[in-house]
Design a protein. Sequence first.
Length: 114
Amino acid sequence: MRYIFLYFLLCCLPVTAIAIPEAINICLWKSQIASDLQYGRKYHNDNDVLWHRATVQLLLEQDRQPVWIIRKVLEVFDTVWLQYDTEEDISYVFKDTYSTCIRDYKSANGIYYY
């Protein structure tokens, strides 16, 4: 009986039911990157946006990350710098970014192909 239920879950449900954990995983990744960038922005506020962007890009290139990851991280970087003040708390940035990402996923506004 247990295997029949497992078969039903894996094979008979729509693809969107299986894709939901992937969207949650992507939103968690995006939120974590946003909160980390906010941390760097908050505690190294003596430098401007171009210095921070160049540093993030240089660190990712030195870590030999693929180009698509660097682009996605820099998209999140731009979002953090445009939407949040330096005084915003890191946990607030995480929560707000995650909520926005999930809302965009539910309304199909975002593209979640990485």
